[in-house]
Design a protein around this ligand. Sequence first.
Ligand code: NAD
Length: 487
Amino acid sequence: MRWLIEIGAGRRPSRGAARLTTVRSAVIAHTHGAMARADRTHLFGRHTMNIDRPMADSSGLTRRGFMHSSAALAAALAAGGVVLPAVSRAAAPAKGTLKVGVIGCGGRGRGAAANILAASPDTEVVALGDIFPERVATALSQLAKLDPGQASRVKVTQDRCFTGFDSYAGVLGAGVDVVILATPPGFRPAHFEAAINAGKHVFMEKPVAVDPAGVRRVIEAARAAKDKSCSVVAGTQRRHEVCYHEAKKRIDDGAIGDVVGASVYWNQGGLWKVDPRSEWSDMEWQIRNWLYFAWLSGDHIVEQHVHNLDIGAWYLGDHPVSCSGMGGRQVRTAPEYGHVFDHFAVEYEYAGGRRMHSYCRQIDGCTSRVEEIIHGTKGYARLSQFGTAEIHGQNAWKWRGEQTDPYTQEHVDLVASITGTGPYLNHGERIAESTLLAIMGRMSAYTGKTVSWKQAMESRLDLTPPAMEFGPLPTPPVPVPGREPLV
Ligand SMILES: NC(=O)c1ccc[n+]([C@@H]2O[C@H](COP(=O)([O-])OP(=O)(O)OC[C@H]3O[C@@H](n4cnc5c(N)ncnc54)[C@H](O)[C@@H]3O)[C@@H](O)[C@H]2O)c1
């Protein structure tokens, strides 16, 4: 088995940016669980199923389109069917085969379904849900192409395929034990809450909200999950890499002296976009082009940079007192880019004068940088996904251990939590707080105001549109710092 895993974007770039770029990448050859890495040239932003953001679908969602897509779905159905912190467990662990449902069958939904099948032979994917029928059909046909050992455990029947805004409810009611939540994050709080109310174990992609109201909803549901012994794992895969844990252990033992701050980066080129079509309502277009609408993605500081902010939060061991950010929209100014920014820089201030500096940019033709630096009084650590962990200074060290695929590892850890063969995991509150970290940075950059953690946590800001239905939904104005109100 062989995976091509790319460092950096993990996303499909904008069409103009789809070029051969020599950046560090890893080809991980997997032989009986052992992995080796090598450098090579690759198409930046092209992905495996694990980290892909697929080509956005080009078909429309008129009523006719729905029926046509449903036929495609029927045809696809006919064709084929680390050591982590523990929390005490109240109920007995699950036994037997775990039945998995997927809500949001795009790049990550399909990737995570493949990952959980790879993580344990005692898993089956039995239900799929997506707002768009053709996405379910694509997921079915792609899952049928997995290794036979995994494809044979895709047991999705037509009556367990669900489409539309309420497809999540169909999946939750289809006899599943575990759900993968992989829609755009604007829907995550409602889907997570419903999953926990239904007593399901959850793998949910980051980020888990786009506004403070959503963050609070996730925190509450995560607390309820604890009472019900529902396992919850978030798609922050760096937390499932041994190298990050090894570096943390060394830093906790004083390898870089006192930790005084962090610098975190996700700077890359532009991503894909979907142009509007006359047959699509505003709502349909926005959901298909979701990266560029804050109510769906949270803007890229939330949608993508949350990974690096989450690592900063982990290593600083705290949340900030306040932050002050700036940003804007220098290049992606056309209407098809909705109303989001293309660059942000935020200073987070922590108790005791510690600081985290955060930078994220999605602009073609600029230097790419995706990593986290932890600063100490006696040195610093450099960390990056897929096995980079180094300490510089008097206690210099470099991680040279075996690298596992973190996208599969997060499901190995989830299954161990559910079955009781590993510690009980509930990442709900933690990922909600990391999501708020990103949201408060966006709030500060949009408004030009300093934002305290307390203000962000208690904010009334709720970006949910007035009605969850296909119809008119104007693009909000691009925020102008100094004029945008801080809610
Ligand atoms: N951990 C990672 O490295 C990583 C990488 C990529 C994406 N992600 C995250 O995964 C999530 C999904 O991203 P993606 O790249 O798969 O996007 P995508 O556009 O490929 O897939 C999203 C899917 O959700 C569906 N959807 C939209 N609204 C829905 C609704 N209300 N109900 C049901 N289905 C709905 C869409 O039709 C689409 O098929 C995002 O939160 C993203 O930030 C994480």
